[in-house]
Design a protein around this ligand. Structure first.
Ligand code: ARG
Length: 575
């Protein structure tokens, strides 16, 4: 929060807006020039005065009454340099506890997060992992900032793929296989069907895939119609498929330690969605084509901007359900905002959805956000292709845990392979900005060095073992007076880095970007390891020094544990 204090000071003094200042404040190239600096050029134009004179003047003014966090403010040419009061800062940092970083920014306001959302009957592919992991991290961040996050898993339980599966289930089901491994058997059925259908389908927009006049596609469509008519036999198969794939999803969520407040199928919003379509027709906002399909022209000046909200045969489409779901969720949760975490290829869908809701005057329509993410690549191939060439989430998880086991055995350590493997996968996803593509390789994910999950978990375990040893030797207690102690360069760096944590969380929320927390955690560990390398802790000469350093190790542990918690990564005392 140091930067915030400086921003407040400067904003009061100069009249510049706080948001503006946030981008102007720099970290000087050398620590001799202070901890933060502010270039006064921007004021020079405004005040028609040389920037160095302005810097000098402001330094003098601000120095008259310094807040306790700031030791001194100087000017150097056109720059204002701020020197943080390290003693004061260190006194704060050695006192932190597990609440460190929590704030009341959210004031219990509700944020709905729609994430994971796999499709029933199909296994979760590696593309769904990204939604699940990013969504879960956002849930944790909101909860830390005292929002009331509601995690929603919106299961794809309608659409052509369900019809395809029902056809395949009737024709080729192997009952024993379904019992033994439901996900694999459903996939076999689905792939079998797609083979017959012999067409390529795109990922991400499953619900919109349709092939005109294909014998197999038509069979699937028939099943959908039967479902809508409430045909008992078809419904029973649908239910069996739903249950079987639910089992598969649960296994993955348990492994990832992810849960939801609500799990609802798209189908539950059929009626609500259709009612909204009817309302749009009534109001003249929507128009009906001769074949019965209903559309809205999203841009009044552009006749090409037609968005269909109901299909030809009056059946709901992907967007019909989303219209219904958004309205129902607002009724239920009165959310302050709602975030949808999906593949970037659904950008057009969400942008249409939000425009439609706005045209319909829904009060919440300005509070909807799409958080898109990029592709995951294994080597050179893109993961998200279906039909045969699919890489299952489960397989990736299992294989990673297996590899973690080998690594742990090789190192003869006590790590928990599941925590290491799952942590490695979560980290590789989260350290990348969501919209960027992820390059996945087991070797780099599981390395104990570099910017990886295991490196962070290892740093935590290392700090824990220091604390444990100190407790055993009973040297962890005692008084220190920081005013009498001179802090080393490494100690100061660690203190400063830890103090940045609260601001990092706020930025991660603001930018919907957990990678800020991931990369912060990595830098924190690097600084800690440098500190540990250069400063004796357990064998420090002076008692006061030893105690201070132990306290810093402990604060580092607390801070890292909180930041890993926000990423959904578990820590181990030994590794
Ligand atoms: N089931 C969809 C898919 O796998 C994602 C659903 C995202 N959420 C939503 N409200 N549309 O592509």
């Amino acid at each position: 929060m140091l930067k915030q204090i400086i921003i407040d000071l400067l904003s009061k003094q100069t009249g510049l807006r706080k948001e503006e200042l946030l981008n102007l404040i720099e970290v000087p190239p050398s620590e001799d020039l202070g901890d933060y600096s502010f270039p006064c050029f921007i004021l020079s134009k405004k005040e028609k005065k040389a920037s160095n004179l302005i810097a000098e003047h402001i330094a003098k003014q601000l120095s008259q009454k310094l807040p306790k966090e700031i030791e001194k403010i100087t000017s150097s040419g056109p720059y204002l340099n701020f020197f943080v009061n390290k003693t004061f800062l260190a006194e704060q940092i050695i006192k932190i506890d597990s609440n460190f970083g929590k704030t009341n920014l959210g004031k219990k306001r509700t944020v709905c997060i729609d994430f994971s959302a796999p499709n029933i009957g199909k296994p979760m592919h590696i593309g769904h992992i990204r939604s699940t992991i990013i969504g879960d991290s956002m849930m944790r961040i909101y909860s830390f900032l005292n929002y009331n996050p509601i995690g929603i898993n919106y299961l794809g339980d309608v659409g052509l793929h369900i019809g395809k599966l029902i056809v395949a289930y009737e024709l080729w089901l192997d009952k024993n296989a379904l019992k033994k491994d439901p996900v694999a058997e459903l996939l076999r059925l689905y792939v079998n069907f797609c083979g017959k259908e012999k067409s390529e389908a795109k990922e991400g927009m499953e619900q919109e895939e349709e092939f005109a006049d294909n014998e197999w596609t038509n069979k699937a469509k028939e099943k959908i119609k039967l479902l809508e008519l409430g045909d008992k036999k078809t419904e029973k198969i649908w239910d069996e498929i739903r249950k079987a794939s639910g089992k598969g999803f649960k296994k993955v969520y348990d492994l990832l330690n992810v849960s939801f407040d609500e799990t609802t199928g798209q189908s539950e919003f059929t009626r609500k969605g259709k009612n909204i379509v009817a309302l749009a027709l009534e109001r003249g906002l929507a128009k009906r084509e001769n074949d019965g399909a209903v559309y809205v022209q999203l841009d009044e000046k552009n006749p090409e901007s037609k968005k269909y909200i109901l299909r030809r045969n009056e059946t709901a489409s992907y967007i019909t359900y989303d219209l219904g779901a958004a309205a129902e969720r607002f009724k239920k949760y009165k959310f302050d905002k709602m975030i949808y975490v999906t593949d970037f290829r659904q950008q057009a869908h969400f942008s249409s959805l939000f425009i439609l809701l706005k045209l319909m005057n829904y009060e919440f329509s300005d509070n909807l956000i799409h958080l898109p993410f990029g592709i995951i690549k294994f080597g050179n191939e893109i993961i998200a292709t279906r039909e045969g060439n699919i890489i299952l989430l489960e397989d990736v998880l299992e294989k990673t845990i297996e590899k973690a086991k080998e690594e742990i055995k090789k190192r003869k350590t006590k790590g928990d392979a599941e925590k290491v493997g799952v942590g490695a996968i979560k980290y590789i996803i989260l350290k990348n900005e969501p919209i960027k593509d992820v390059q996945f390789s087991w070797e780099s994910a599981l390395s104990f060095e570099g910017n990886t999950g295991p490196y962070l978990q290892y740093s935590y375990a290392r700090a824990s073992s220091i604390i444990k040893k100190a407790k055993k030797k009973n040297i962890n207690k005692g008084k220190i007076n920081l005013k009498k102690q001179k802090l080393s360069k490494e100690e100061i760096r660690l203190v400063k880095k830890i103090s940045e944590f609260p601001e990092i969380i706020i930025n991660a929320e603001k930018n919907l970007n957990p990678s800020l927390i991931a990369n912060y955690s990595h830098e924190l560990c690097q600084i800690f390891n440098e500190f540990y390398h250069n400063c004796k802790v357990l064998t420090a000469e002076k008692k006061e020094e030893k105690i201070l350093r132990l306290r810093l190790v402990d604060s580092f542990r607390t801070c890292l544990s909180n930041s890993l918690h926000l990423l959904g990564i578990e820590t181990m005392e030994e590794m």
